[in-house]
Design a protein around this ligand. Structure first.
Ligand SMILES: [Ca+2]
Length: 445
């Protein structure tokens, strides 16, 4: 029997089951703020296709990445664990030697588990979870990979570089083979690959992990996207929104492909990996960047104030999720894996930290009461219901940390303006105990 026949035969019993397993499409953007999405109320943004996902499915107002920066945030999406538990607590280096360890060998990921459940699996776009062979997508449950390992690449040359003496190197791969497509705009290239993956004839359902580099720097977009925004607009905001418009077109072309192929039984999840940044290297005059918006939340990428980790998030699954749902319950990226595995009838993974939140998303039930944690670059935070304690937060990547511990009442003060440590000492004490209880927290100096 040929390999193809074997595969087809293996998939047949799955087809006989009812109901059919949904396809799963997870889309991440990079450094897109909460205020960089039309559905979240941003008036200057043009994201009709993403807004359509919100209209036809669920929009989350209290969805959090597990980290205010790239690699740890992504580790939680794929493992269902806190980044510290998954062994990726920090931003991973980008190196031309492609030997940076990230996800551990033998890790159980959303891809390994869906593959066991009969899915064909693909990763397209930015990986940033380790370039060492054992950490690469195809060692972590993905059948196919097209994309790059670094934290970012140039949008046209597909080379990584940064100022200050690091090398310039090419980083674009199909599986483990380097491919050159100089001058093809990254976002459009990834959309093309995603459409091709979806269109592959197969008896299996698919899991596609599609991670756009945009709108992470370097800030680059073709004129046709720029021209959708008035020339009078702030120069950095205009470019930022042009890059997001390209992502939105890409999402539109992918949903069109799903429609054309009759794949309505597809769960689409969309999330930004962390908040918009204020890093100077994104700004065209090297000022603190203001092109991205986390409105109305305080602070930026790298901060444990809400702007760092409360991110735009959407989910559409026409067969399951009622259209127009707004989920206000606190949810976290680590909840995605247990939720999806539960929905597709795959066995739960024992040591994940996230929860299966299907009833919260579909029926509007309150999730179980729990404490959520973050730990990044010396800042630590614990959130329980509407209270949040933050140890020495900063305002964004590379900015000095405040000296105080902050206690915030998110119900009364969602923009985190008032420190309640002094006037709510009992709550502060309880939250300090919560923080101390967390097994993955770094020891404070
Ligand atoms: Ca990011």
């Amino acid at each position: 029997m040929r390999r193809r026949d074997l595969l087809a035969g293996a998939a047949l019993p799955l087809l006989a089951q009812a109901p059919a397993k949904p396809n799963v499409l997870v889309i991440l953007t990079d450094d897109q703020g909460y205020g960089d999405l039309g559905a979240n109320g941003a008036a200057d943004v043009r994201t009709p296709n993403l807004d359509r996902l919100a209209r036809e499915g669920a929009r989350f107002t209290d969805w959090h990445s597990n980290s205010p920066v790239c690699s740890p945030s992504r580790a939680s999406v794929l493992t269902g664990k806190y980044p510290q538990h998954a062994g990726v607590p920090e931003i991973l280096a980008s190196k031309p030697t492609f030997d940076v360890p990230g996800l551990r060998a033998g890790e159980r990921t959303l891809a390994t588990e869906l593959k066991k459940a009969g899915y064909r699996t693909g990763a397209i776009g930015k990986w940033h979870l380790g370039s060492a062979p054992h950490s690469r997508p195809r060692a972590q449950g993905f059948d196919e990979f097209f994309g790059f390992y670094s934290g970012w690449i140039d949008y046209y040359s597909h080379r990584y570089y940064s100022l200050g003496g690091t090398p310039v190197f090419h980083d674009l791969w199909r599986n483990e083979v380097e491919v050159f497509e100089d001058t093809t705009y990254q976002t459009e290239m990834l959309a093309r690959e995603a459409r091709a993956f979806i269109a592959q004839p197969s008896p299996q359902p698919f899991f596609l992990y599609l991670t756009f580099g945009a709108p992470h720097y370097p800030m680059m977009a073709p004129l046709k996207y720029l021209e959708r925004f008035p020339a009078t607009m702030d120069r950095d905001r205009r470019m930022h929104l042009a890059m997001i418009a390209a992502v939105d077109d890409a999402v539109g072309s992918i949903t069109e492909t799903l429609d054309q192929r009759g794949l309505s039984n597809t769960l689409i999840f969309f999330q930004a990996d962390n908040g918009a940044t204020r890093e100077e290297r994104a700004d065209h005059l090297a000022r603190p960047y203001r092109g991205g918006s986390n409105a109305k939340w305080r602070a930026y990428k790298g901060s444990l104030f809400e702007g760092g980790h409360r991110v735009p998030a959407l989910m559409r699954w026409p067969d399951k999720i009622p259209a127009g749902r707004v989920v206000d319950a606190p949810c976290m990226a680590m909840d995605l894996m247990p939720t999806v595995l539960n929905w597709v009838g795959a066995p739960a993974v024992a040591d994940v930290d996230g929860l299966a939140l299907g009833d919260t998303i579909v029926k509007g039930q309150a999730p179980p009461s729990r404490t959520l944690y973050w730990d990044y670059a010396g800042q630590r935070a614990a959130r329980r219901d509407h209270w949040k304690l933050i140890d020495q937060p900063n305002e964004g990547l590379g900015t000095p940390r405040l000296k105080e511990q902050w206690l915030v009442d998110l119900r009364e003060d969602p923009t985190e303006q008032r420190n309640r440590v002094a006037d709510a000492p009992e709550v502060a004490k309880q939250m300090q105990a919560e923080l101390a209880r967390w097994p993955y927290g770094a020891k404070q100096p």
